[in-house]
Design a protein around this ligand. Structure first.
Ligand SMILES: *[C@@H]1O[C@H](CO)[C@@H](O)[C@H](O)[C@H]1NC(C)=O
Length: 266
């Protein structure tokens, strides 16, 4: 009987908590009389690791077990609701609940932490599977492995996704573009791996061909027509090379993928 139950829990492994939550998720939802305004996100070191320390942008592998928070039970561990084994994600990339993104930073490989997780750091007001909306959790996490994020290599590539109908951009024009950027990963569709950036909502303006942006942008937007969209694969020598910007998701010498829409030409 015990092993059957364990099997059922294992079947749900990693499915429930392996989702990104929206910032402020749970806002406006009744989080229940018991936990509302009472619980703060905290963690306790159960065992210090001896390996390298996890930081944003690392690919981490964790084992975890999650319980409903119940302060009548030992360690506040109520019903077990999820578990995961060898579960891998990029730390700080919003691929998982924020309890994992925030709670694993600073752990060393081999270490274990207990996270006390209010609903807005987990599944918020929505819930999933056997985790009810608004539920606070206790999650024991073990950091099993850590890899540094690197990208695959690819040559500079320009692909027109749609040809615009407006004016054509030439060097010296001040252009406004909307874009999204991914780390290049040859195993993913269109090479789009971890998403690291999107343009500001009112677009990005720059003067084409003057070095205000990475060279791959200066070169890759030339010849676009207003309304058109391109995919650019940009190797490090035309991107950030050995000195990436203050974004933990962009490793040194990264090859990047951008999808760029030319919004307007001044
Ligand atoms: C980044 O690339 C440069 C130029 O090829 C090289 O000298 C440097 O060692 C690389 N850095 C890392 C961390 O790979």
């Amino acid at each position: 009987m015990v092993s059957t139950m364990y099997g059922q829990v294992k079947a749900a492994s990693g499915l429930l908590l392996a989702v990104a939550t929206l910032t402020g998720c749970g806002g406006g939802t009744d989080l229940g009389p018991r936990y509302a305004d009472q619980l703060f996100f905290t963690f306790t070191e159960l065992r210090a690791g001896t390996g390298p320390m996890a930081a944003d942008g690392d690919i981490v592998t964790i084992d975890y077990v999650a319980w409903l928070h119940d302060d009548d039970e030992t360690d506040d561990k109520g019903q077990q609701v999820d578990s995961g084994s060898a579960f891998e994600f990029v730390l700080g990339a919003d691929q998982v609940i924020s309890a994992f993104d925030q709670g694993v930073v600073g752990m060393m490989v081999g270490g274990e932490r207990r996270l006390v997780v209010p609903a807005n750091y987990a599944l918020g007001g929505t819930g999933a599977g056997n985790i009810p909306g608004g539920a606070a959790l206790v999650i024991d996490v073990k950091l099993v492995n850590l890899q540094t994020l690197v990208t695959d290599s690819a040559p500079f590539t320009i692909t027109d996704l749609s040809i615009g109908t407006g004016a054509e951009a030439v060097a010296g024009n001040t252009v406004s573009v909307a874009y999204a950027g991914w780390l290049y990963d040859a195993s993913q569709p269109d090479g789009k791996g971890v998403a690291f950036e999107t343009s500001p909502s009112d677009g990005l303006s720059f003067t084409l061909g003057t070095g205000q942006v990475i060279a791959g942008f200066d070169q890759g937007v030339v010849g676009m027509r207003v309304g058109g969209e391109r995919r650019l694969i940009i190797p490090p020598e035309l991107a950030y090379g050995g000195t990436p910007p203050q974004n933990p998701l962009i490793p040194v010498n990264a090859t990047l993928v951008f999808e760029v829409t030319l919004v307007s030409i001044e």
